[in-house]
Design a protein around this ligand. Structure first.
Ligand code: ZN
Length: 330
């Protein structure tokens, strides 16, 4: 092959396989197909023996597997990780915190507060209530979360918090933490590594899966997609799904502008959340996984529009999504 210049493989075409993928120059991601509920990605940034881990996984066994794989590519992480960053408060990005050998965990102020409100024990308790529940709610929650073990996880909150932007040194690399929430959750943060031309987006990006907007406002999410699309990066690592590039950020942006406008039309026409979620023809977005999240997304948009007739509790939200999922799978 000497003398033949191989075409540079587009990072958007990196295979979506479980495990560590090298992004070049000491940056790695952990990918977890199929990217649906709880199957989240994570990151590792190294410079010499210094390291930063971006997010842990949904339970201890998954996180232990990931840390073992990280030791293979970065042996120093077996003894010490300089810093762990949690991109947001959802358990599939922080439940494994206790296993990382570090004394430094960073998240946004808003994400840290949200973690305290929903500790791992709360999810374990939620699942125990629907053990044999054959309603939409029970069936759907088991479909989403039965593969994970939420008992015995020690709530391990951040040791440092920030708002806005924060720069963290990892060996020779200056890593930028950029708060873009509230959007997906109350305290979403991007982890941008200019030296590596990589950004870890947390759940601001779901690729080939439907994004889910717990918090909003939607404009923050749209702005975050624009920010990502305009970064000088070669690899964009989403919270769920395969590695992408600016096109992935634009696709998520397109979902939100479409859903915002379609929801607004139905809100103005006096349609309920449930009816609007069924009435909207998702078109090309219907091919993305977890399309039933449209129920929760319309609900969050209606709240933003000032509706008083919305679902406020987590049981109602999962029940509404479960009803759409049951229709799809029956
Ligand atoms: Zn997630």
């Amino acid at each position: 092959m000497r003398g033949i210049k191989l075409p540079k493989m587009g990072l958007g075409t990196k295979p979506f396989v479980r495990g560590i993928t090298e992004l070049g120059d000491g940056a790695y991601c952990w990918l977890a197909p199929d990217g649906s509920w709880g199957w989240s990605n994570a990151g590792l940034i190294t410079s010499g023996d210094a390291s930063m881990v971006v997010d842990t996984l949904f339970d201890l066994a998954l996180t232990a597997d990931m840390l073992e794989a990280m030791k293979v590519v970065a042996p120093a992480t077996a003894r010490h990780v300089d810093v762990l960053v949690n991109t947001h408060a959802n358990g599939d990005h922080c439940h494994g915190n206790e296993l990382v050998p570090t004394n430094r965990i960073i998240a946004s102020v808003a994400a840290a507060a949200e973690m305290d409100e929903l500790p791992p024990a709360a999810l374990a308790a939620l699942m125990s209530t629907v053990d044999k529940d054959e309603t939409h709610l029970g069936r759907y929650l088991r479909h989403c979360f039965d593969a994970f073990t939420f008992s015995g996880i020690a709530h391990t909150p951040p040791t440092e918090t920030f708002s806005g932007r924060r720069q963290v040194q990892v060996g020779d690399k200056a890593v930028e933490l950029i708060e873009v929430g509230p959007a997906h959750t109350l305290g979403d943060v991007l982890v941008y590594v200019p030296d590596d031309h990589v950004v870890f987006t947390g759940d601001i990006l779901f690729i080939e899966g439907t994004p889910i907007m717990w918090a909003g406002p939607v404009q923050n999410w749209i702005d975050a997609c624009d920010l990502i699309a305009n970064l000088d990066v070669e690899a964009v690592v989403p919270g769920h799904g395969p590695v992408t590039d600016a096109a992935g950020a634009r696709a998520v942006r397109d979902y939100w502008t479409f859903l915002r406008d379609e929801s607004r039309l139905r809100f103005d026409a006096g349609m309920s959340v449930r009816d609007a979620a069924r009435d909207i023809d998702l078109g090309a977005f219907a091919d993305w996984g977890e399309a039933e999240r449209v129920f929760l997304n319309v609900n969050t948009l209606y709240r933003e529009f000032g509706s008083t007739d919305i679902v406020e509790d987590v049981f109602g939200l999962f029940s509404g999504m479960g009803e759409l999922w049951d229709i799809d799978t029956d």
